[in-house]
Write a protein that binds this ligand. Structure first.
Ligand code: UDP
Length: 464
């Protein structure tokens, strides 16, 4: 396998080193970008932690180098996605020399293409700092939406104007500077438990703001206004912005190649037996957790909706339980063939299946983009981080789904599913989702916006 990567490297004009954040939703877009750059003739090396390491055998064109950073339990086995990111950066910063040495070992290697730059996940300021220390230019990949990029970049304003920290009294207040977000949609770092770690990461963030380019996994027709605002803001620092999404469609690297968990493909055979546009697909991504009660309410809400459904009940989905157990009596729904429950699905293939009518999602950015690209309308139930802002955009800006607000309770769930699948509002949301899918396809054509941006990005990398 190393042979293919070596053969490619010997003819490449330059090498790019990439450092993903080791969580599924961040790893996939970085590997997709790696695949797209490799297909354009660049040599690519992926540095990674032992935790959630990608499988090199699935990426024969890329080189992989493990970085021996020891990570705390809160990252490896912890529950809270936000805490994981902040603790991971603290660990990376504490082992700064390890990261720095790994980057430095790729500089000036005889017989190798020159190392042009690092592309690093935006949520890894500790790695950006290490690059700055050895004088290696770096670009930042944002695996969130452009709207969330703006939210993360506005903390000075959000605290300055009193939107944050959140208070009971201002949750429904519109954030005038970031429409259509409301205060309750914002990610509020002051709510996190370890404020010392949060502060340290924010400081790292500020130290590494100057970079050689900002890459965002979105596309012009989806977030044109947000991108225009970002370009305006970054132009003063001379930072180029590359809106290069949807990466999972732009890249030859598919979901199976980047999946950390084994996909249960029997769900595709099950979908083949279902009527066209009838099934609701339910998944809350790789990190979110629910209480036992919420899990039970979801099970009965889905069963009572009367619609066929495919549900990803991932290990660890229910807090404190290794493998979620379906409630008693629920087996009947399974036996009637009206539902299929799996631990992990080939999500991109599921969303592309003609039997799927809707997606109940937590609105992680990858899931949101994947749904948009297949023209599938959504029920949105954000749980943490950027998911609230994504859900707001789904309902208010693109109008391709509905937020499921309030208690996660079986009656509410049943109603929102019927609204999406049966009612005229759902039909309209599906029509708009199909239109948006057409726009996504257009941006990937040979003179489409994201294809042209990929050309620009390759030129830019070669110029560094
Ligand atoms: N995913 C998958 N199978 C599943 C559930 C999720 O392959 O059963 C993939 C999904 O396609 C997406 C990623 O896992 O690419 C989840 O990323 P997202 O940003 O949506 O959410 P996160 O896991 O980061 O919360």
């Amino acid at each position: 396998m190393a042979g293919a990567a070596d053969a490619r490297a010997s003819t490449a004009a330059a090498r790019v080193v990439m450092f993903p954040l080791p969580f599924q939703g961040n790893l996939s877009p970085m590997l997709q970008l790696a695949g797209a750059l490799s297909a354009r003739g660049l040599a690519v090396t992926v540095l990674h932690t032992a935790f959630n390491a990608p499988d090199p055998a699935r990426h024969p064109g890329l080189a992989f180098v493990p970085v021996p950073v020891s990570l705390p339990e809160s990252v490896v086995a912890g529950n809270d996605g936000n805490t994981k990111v902040f603790d991971l950066n603290a660990a990376m910063d504490a082992s700064g020399s390890v990261v720095r040495d790994a980057l430095a070992s790729l500089l000036n290697k005889p017989g190798e293409p020159r190392l042009a730059c690092l592309i690093v996940d935006a949520a890894l300021p500790a790695v950006q700092k290490a690059a700055a220390e050895i004088g290696l230019p770096w670009l930042v990949l944002h695996t969130c939406s452009a709207a969330c990029f703006r939210m993360y970049g506005s903390y000075g304003l959000l605290y300055g104007k009193g939107y944050l920290p959140k208070q009971e009294s201002n949750l429904y207040l519109p954030v005038k500077e970031l429409p259509p977000l409301q205060v309750r949609d914002l990610f509020d770092p002051s709510e996190l438990p370890n404020q010392e770690t949060v502060q340290k990461t924010m400081n790292l963030w500020n130290q590494t703001k100057m970079n050689s380019g900002t890459i965002i996994n979105t596309f012009e027709a989806l977030e044109g206004h947000e991108l225009e605002m970002i370009r305006g803001e970054l132009a003063t620092n001379g930072i180029a912005v590359f809106a290069i999404g949807p990466l999972h469609k732009l890249s030859p690297t598919d979901g199976t190649m980047t999946s950390l968990l084994e996909e249960d493909c029997s769900c595709i055979e099950w979908l083949d037996t279902q009527a066209p546009c009838s099934v609701i697909y339910v998944s809350f991504g790789s990190l979110t957790q629910l209480s036992r009660d919420e899990f039970t309410e979801i099970a009965w809400g889905l069963a009572n909706s009367g619609k066929p459904f495919l549900w990803v009940a991932r290990r660890g989905l229910v807090r404190g339980v290794e493998k979620p157990e379906l409630p008693e009596g629920f087996q009947r729904a399974l036996l009637e063939g009206r539902c299929k429950v799996v631990e992990w699905a080939p999500q991109q293939k599921v969303l592309a299946h003609s039997a799927v009518a809707g997606f109940w999602t937590h609105n992680g950015w990858n899931s949101t983009l994947e749904s948009i690209c297949e023209g599938v309308p959504m029920v949105s139930r954000p749980i943490f981080g950027d998911q609230f802002a994504n859900g707001r955009y789904v309902e208010v800006v693109w109008k391709i789904g509905f937020l499921l607000e309030g208690m996660l309770e079986r009656g509410n769930i049943e109603r929102v599913i019927r609204r999406l699948i049966e009612e005229s509002e759902g039909v309209e949301a599906r029509e708009r989702a199909k239109d948006l899918k057409k726009k996504a396809i257009t941006c990937l054509e040979s003179n489409g916006s994201s294809k042209l941006v990929l050309d620009d990005l390759v030129h830019h990398l070669l110029s560094l």
